[in-house]
Design a protein around this ligand. Structure first.
Ligand SMILES: C[S@@+](CC[C@H](N)C(=O)[O-])C[C@H]1O[C@@H](n2cnc3c(N)ncnc32)[C@H](O)[C@@H]1O
Length: 394
């Protein structure tokens, strides 16, 4: 069914909405963030954090802006489909941003529709107020939406939906994708570091002994390195990127630990003596398909080629890491993704080409068994999606 604005809608466009100022500033901020993320392809977390730093907003408004910006970024395919049926052509970025912000509130929050519409209209630029008002009213009247297909409803690119459903089946795949449309839970460790439980559970499944010398080969920002250091291990925390290595340095300083040595280097060309470490952790760069709730814009950035390229890099890192582990020591592989190419297939390829290693079966009921490795799906415990595998080195 085709929808277009009627003459009556157009005549409504210039009616000033009745609205209190409360909440308008929050919508203005959300609209400007969404516009910036879209126009300059900015990272949602960076755009939002810069905007909130400059804003003079109370905590309630900050929470609302965060919810709308991340939510509207995640759900943009669904939101755009809803409003595009009322528009003759694709809207320019500022109008698109206002429509996403308004429609997000109507579809996915408990904000009363009249408040969502009036505050968003008021927060929109003068020239967009009329169209925003007319379209949002139409959307509000039409609720609940009848979706044309699962791809639009779930608001992911088709390739992600197809991949996840092919590997996990429709029901499990959809549960995973729906879970990653929700805001992630916040978890604080005893030392004040914010870290998802899945990452904490990776470290809990490493048999760390006091005085162990551990290489964390892909360490930034230092979440697992600091957790391992708190168990009295000495950790060498390596990362390829200078800018990300700085985050490790900041965390070392903030937690005031003397147990971590930070090095900026390429893990595929290690600068360490062979068989020097009791344990080596390869918490590898990955497509992040298990953390799409946490990185709101990631689903629109990554593609199938990234998955394939990252799987190759992960294998290279594991091959380099293996030679650095002492005889009797352990090699640990983890990734915050859940599809075969970057998890069990990397393990199979590594196992096929490597002598002198044996799997250490993961024995933790919180994890799904996946061969000798373990898998956490986001819907299992509300954590990130995560995979881990451990080997003993002869
Ligand atoms: C999943 S993140 C690591 C998260 C970290 N272990 C934690 O728990 O906080 C992967 C990291 O690998 C780094 N990286 C990418 N390629 C690398 C390479 N060739 N050598 C070392 N680090 C690399 C990235 O910069 C990124 O910081």
């Amino acid at each position: 069914m085709a929808y277009q604005l009627t003459p009556a809608d157009i005549s409504d466009m210039n009616k000033p909405p009745t609205v209190s100022q409360g909440g308008v500033e929050a919508r203005k901020l959300a609209i400007s963030c969404i516009n910036r993320i879209d126009e300059s392809e900015g990272y949602a977390n960076i755009v939002l954090s810069n905007a909130l730093k400059k804003a003079n907003a109370d905590q309630r408004d900050r929470n609302l802006v965060t919810e709308i910006v991340y939510g509207a970024t995640r759900m943009q395919r669904a939101l755009d489909w809803v409003v595009d049926r009322y528009l003759m052509k694709s809207p320019p970025p500022a109008l698109r941003a206002s429509l996403r912000v308004g429609t997000y509130q109507l579809l996915y929050t408990r904000i009363p529709p009249h408040a969502a519409v009036s505050t968003t209209v008021e927060a929109s630029s003068k020239k967009n107020k009329g169209v925003v008002n007319a379209v949002l009213r139409k959307v509000a009247e039409e609720l609940p939406v009848e979706w044309p297909n699962e791809g639009v409803r779930l608001s992911y690119p088709d390739w992600i939906i197809n991949l996840v459903e092919a590997e996990y089946g429709d029901a499990e795949g959809q549960a995973m994708l729906e879970q990653m449309n929700k805001s992630p839970l916040v978890n604080e460790r005893d030392d004040g570091y914010m870290q998802d439980l899945s990452s904490q559970w990776v470290v809990q499944n490493i048999d760390i002994q006091a005085k162990d010398l551990i290489l964390d080969m892909c360490a930034a920002p230092g979440g697992k390195a600091t957790a391992m250091a708190s168990k009295e291990a000495l950790v060498v925390a390596v990362d390829l990127h200078q800018s990300r290595s700085r985050l490790i340095a900041q965390n070392i300083e903030r937690l005031n630990t003397r147990q971590i040595l930070q090095v900026t280097a390429d893990g595929t060309q290690p600068c360490f003596a062979q068989r020097a470490f009791d344990k080596v952790l390869v918490d590898a760069p990955c497509s992040g398909i298990g953390v799409l709730h946490r990185r709101a814009d990631a689903r629109w950035r990554i593609n199938q080629a990234d998955v394939d390229n990252l799987a190759v890099l992960q294998l290279e890192l594991l091959c380099a890491a293996k030679d650095l582990v002492k005889s009797g020591g352990e090699l640990i592989y983890s990734v915050c993704t859940v599809t075969r190419a970057e998890t069990s297939e990397v393990v199979s390829r590594f196992t096929e080409r490597t002598h002198g290693i044996s799997a250490i079966p993961l024995d933790d009921p919180r994890w799904r068994k996946n061969g000798d490795g373990g898998l956490l799906l986001p819907q299992d415990h509300g954590t990130d999606g995560m995979y881990m595998f451990k080997w003993k080195i002869q």
